[in-house]
Ligand binder design. Structure first.
Ligand code: PEP
Length: 248
């Protein structure tokens, strides 16, 4: 059985007061408690790891460079993230793909870098609004998944986050049918490529997840949790999402 995961992406937000609030997040549900991960800006990683000590919260980065070191001003390597005490890193977020022109090949190299540093890679994929309205939506997402994902993935090393770009930060969410169809397609593809291991790789939904819509989204069999942006910034919003996941 796959362990569920509630992951918060703080993006370019966060301060000492928000780190303090991490101590208030709780993992309900006993053995079926969801994993909880917060990904703050890289400048806060060390403090976040310290603040989440003795709590159920793990800490991750929001991006890493694919190289181990070198002349890459402003970037951080996977090993640097690991050295802070973090255990995971998001790669291929649509804001990175868009703002920094990251290709599927770039993202695939970042997943490999994450694995090289013993970090769990959370690989984001998802379609634009135009792509959602066209006839080839699932093929487009499948092609992005195939090209961004290296060989050798396991449930311990990789999480997929399906995040429709048009749903991120907009308050708009796909229908449950669209989420089910897309996650089922991703699951089938993971199993085809990795055999039974593909069944243990978690698939998160991301895009305007809120306390008000989380429970419905978590009814889908192949939704193993959520990657949450805006609603992860406040305990009052993120905790009910964690609770909905524990109850699913
Ligand atoms: C995200 O950026 O990964 C995200 C899902 O953002 P939001 O929840 O704010 O839509």
């Amino acid at each position: 059985m796959r362990r569920t995961l509630a992951a918060g992406n703080w993006k370019m937000n966060g301060d000492a007061a928000m780190l303090e609030a991490l101590g208030h997040l709780q993992a309900p549900g006993g053995d079926s408690a969801p994993d909880i991960l917060i990904c703050p800006p890289s400048t806060l990683l060390v403090q976040a790891v310290a603040a989440s000590k003795d709590s159920p919260v793990s800490i991750g980065g929001q991006d890493c460079h694919s190289a181990e070191s070198g002349a890459h001003t402003g970037d951080v390597s996977a090993a640097m993230i690991k050295a802070t005490g973090a255990s995971a890193v998001i790669v291929g977020h649509s804001e990175r793909r868009g703002d920094h022109a990251e290709t599927n090949a770039d993202v695939r190299a970042k997943v490999e870098a994450a694995w090289g540093a013993d970090l769990l890679a959370i690989l984001c994929i998802g379609e634009s609004e135009v792509e959602r309205m066209g006839p080839d939506t699932l093929d487009i997402i499948a092609a992005q998944l195939d090209a961004s994902m290296p060989d050798g993935a396991t449930g311990e090393t990789l999480v997929i986050a399906y995040e429709p770009i048009w749903a991120i930060g907009t308050g708009r969410v796909p229908t449950l049918e669209q989420i089910v169809e897309t996650h089922d397609m991703i699951r089938a593809r993971l199993v085809t490529r990795f055999g039974s291991e593909g069944d243990s790789i978690r698939i998160l939904y991301g895009g305007s997840v809120k306390p008000s819509n989380a429970a419905e989204i978590f009814t889908a069999e192949n939704v193993d949790g959520a990657l949450v942006g805006g609603a992860s910034l406040k305990v009052a919003d993120f905790q009910p999402i964690i609770d909905a996941l524990a109850a699913s």
